[in-house]
Design a protein around this ligand. Structure first.
Ligand SMILES: [Zn+2]
Length: 332
């Protein structure tokens, strides 16, 4: 048993309370590699932002759970080395799908877990979430639950259709499950293809796809029913057009990739939404920099030569999200 407290990590309780009260959101960046971890820590330290480093089941399969745990511990020590006296870093399990997986993470240094029972019938979702909450809270670990279904594909999580969260269920669900935060579905979506061209309109000037707006009426109704309760948005990458263009200009093929416009995420950050999940944008920033580098320097074969610009490009993106979209800068 390794407690996250031994690793210098924190849970989300205090962080979320401050974010809800302060009208900003905490960035939740997924990571699988050393370069992503370094870029996340550098960005968080330089902007003085709390940060959630999250790991999906796919990331644990890819990088190994033990290694990821020590990387999170390394992130805390690295942040201190960079001059941050009191880093606020959460190690979070993204889309836990069973009690056993959540327990394994809690026993191995995670400070926060998500139990995603959103595909289950309502009462089963409550029962599973409650079981995880009881174990997690005994170890002072916070729990994110989900109500409603997001469309899109993310590692093992996939759904063709979305079902918006029903506001009339949120009070009963949060009270009976005991969860600390709630992921809702209001039109965000997993992956780099969040919407089909048929779901979008085209900007007559640029010809680019414009996605349908988020359901802010549902978000506001949920806020009214659960005042001050931390709300989470998944699938909230913006799929920056310049990164997609760079990828496509250097041999890639990502036609009609489309994300959530940043002005909508900026608006959501000011509400009870206190955690915003961003994964695809990091993948795009890394891939764009590597493709460009390979194209420009065909003789390079030392991974450091192309991973360095990849890391810098991700860091730039993370800092932009923190400062210009979520507003979590200068909070340490
Ligand atoms: Zn998700």
């Amino acid at each position: 048993m390794t407690s996250y407290k031994e690793l210098g990590l924190v849970n989300t309780r205090e962080m979320f309370a401050k974010a809800v009260a302060g009208g900003y959101a905490i960035p939740a960046f997924n990571f699988n590699t050393l370069e992503q971890m370094q870029a996340i820590v550098q960005a968080a330290v330089e902007t003085k932002s709390p940060v959630i480093m999250q790991v999906s089941k796919g990331a644990r399969n890819y990088a190994n759970g033990t290694i990821l745990r020590y990387m999170a511990q390394g992130a805390v020590e690295y942040a201190k080395e960079l001059g941050c006296a009191n880093p606020q870093i959460v190690l979070h399990l993204d889309h836990g799908d069973s009690f056993e997986l959540c327990k394994d993470c809690i026993d191995n240094g995670f400070s926060s877990v998500m139990i995603d029972g959103s595909a289950l019938p309502y009462e089963e979702n409550i029962a599973l979430t409650k079981k995880v909450v009881e174990y997690a809270h005994a170890h002072d670990v916070t729990v994110e639950a989900e109500l409603g279904v997001l469309a899109g594909v993310e590692d093992e999580v996939a759904s063709e259709v979305s079902h918006y969260t029903k506001p009339e269920e949120v009070e009963d669900f949060s009270k009976r499950s005991g969860c600390d935060s709630l992921a809702i579905s209001i039109g965000t979506s997993h992956g780099a293809y969040k919407f089909t061209p048929e779901q979008c309109t085209r900007d007559p000037k640029t010809g680019k796809l414009v996605p349908p707006p988020l359901a802010f009426d549902i978000l506001h109704e949920i806020e009214k029913r659960l005042p001050g309760f931390p709300i989470v948005l998944h699938g909230s990458s913006s799929v920056p057009q310049e990164e997609v263009d760079t990828i496509n200009a250097h041999g890639g093929k990502l036609p009609d990739a489309v994300g959530i416009p940043e002005e909508q995420l900026r608006e959501a950050s000011k509400s009870a939404v206190c955690k915003i999940n961003i994964d695809s944008d990091s993948r795009l920033a890394m891939t764009a920099a590597i493709r460009k580098h390979f194209d420009e320097y065909p003789s390079h074969f030392d991974p450091r030569q192309y991973l360095k610009p990849a890391r810098e490009n991700m860091k730039k993106m993370y800092m932009h999200k923190i400062i210009d979209v979520l507003g979590s800068n200068d909070k340490l």
